[in-house]
Design a protein around this ligand. Structure first.
Ligand code: SF4
Ligand code: SF4
Length: 279
């Protein structure tokens, strides 16, 4: 089972467009959408949910005022200032440490599991998709990413295709850990180059083989060349240059991959060529 993670330094570089197109090309694979904070692969793959599971990231405390004797001990011990006078617990500030639950002399504090999101196993026209939805303002996206990647490994396949989270934080680390190959999608802007430098530092730290695709390379040739020379200096191969093409948006509006929309278009042929390099 080969695990290929597609990531970018930030959102909006075309990472999901490329992942969806590759999903249509790769046989016998599971696709995992690890962009759990802003998942959008489902917009193209149109999944039919087969399994739905709750994601329990932590526990949260709440006060039963009928039992509370207002001694104030819980407020004294909460390091996160989550308990105000009343007493009342702010569920957003509560970090789930459980200290108040343990010190309350009257058993007035409940400490219950908090559902922070859901994850799904779905059918798509390209095979199974494991994806998730994290609740608004919920944290622990790294844990959720690890969980859905584990779920994907339970499904028998030759490849796992991972649409990684953008950036370089905890969810990205969870997206690439244990991957056999990372494909970084970048765009020819100075911020794109800056983000690429950070991402390559990260994959280098984890010693994961990394290749680069410059998307919309033709919107700024000077920056494309800067990206390519940076990659050369790091011995990172640029395996593809994809042209800017309005077809990408048209395909997305029609819930299709670019290859499904027009397999003869240059961008479609370049993505197919890219797959022949990395498979
Ligand atoms: S420690 Fe228990 S009894 Fe005391 S104020 Fe807090 S909830 Fe009420
Ligand atoms: S569980 Fe911890 S963080 Fe939450 S209210 Fe109690 S002491 Fe504060």
């Amino acid at each position: 089972m080969k695990q290929i993670a597609i990531i970018s330094g930030k959102g909006g570089t075309g990472k999901t467009t490329i992942t969806a197109a590759l999903a249509g090309l790769i046989k016998n694979k599971v696709v995992v959408d690890c962009d759990v904070d802003a998942a959008d692969l489902h917009l193209i793959l149109n999944p039919k949910i087969q399994e739905k599971h709750d994601f329990v990231a932590s526990k949260v405390a709440s006060i039963n005022l009928e039992k509370c004797k207002k001694c104030g001990k819980c407020r004294e011990v909460c390091r996160f200032d989550a308990i105000s006078k009343g007493p009342k617990i702010d569920p957003v500030s509560c970090e789930g440490c459980g200290v108040c639950f343990r010190v309350c002399p009257n058993g007035a504090i409940d400490f219950e599991e908090k559902i922070s999101g859901q994850y799904f196993v779905s059918d798509t026209r390209f095979g199974p998709l494991v994806h998730a939805k994290l609740g608004i303002a919920e944290e622990n996206s790294g844990r959720l990413v690890s969980l859905i990647r584990k779920k994907a490994r339970e499904i028998s396949s030759d490849y796992i295709l991972i649409d990684g989270s953008p950036g370089i934080g905890c969810p990205v680390i969870a997206s690439i850990t244990g991957a056999d190959l990372v494909l970084v999608v970048t765009e020819p802007t100075l911020s794109g180059l800056h983000d690429l430098e950070r991402v390559i530092q990260l994959t280098g730290h984890f010693k994961i083989k990394t290749v680069v695709c410059v998307n919309k390379y033709d919107i700024n040739m000077e920056n494309t060349e800067k990206i390519e020379s940076f990659c050369k200096s790091k011995s990172i191969e640029v395996i593809s240059r994809l042209p800017y093409d309005k077809l990408v948006n048209k395909a997305m509006i029609n819930e299709k991959t670019v290859i499904e929309y027009d397999q003869e278009a240059l961008i479609s042929r370049e993505i197919s060529k890219m797959w022949s390099v990395i498979q």
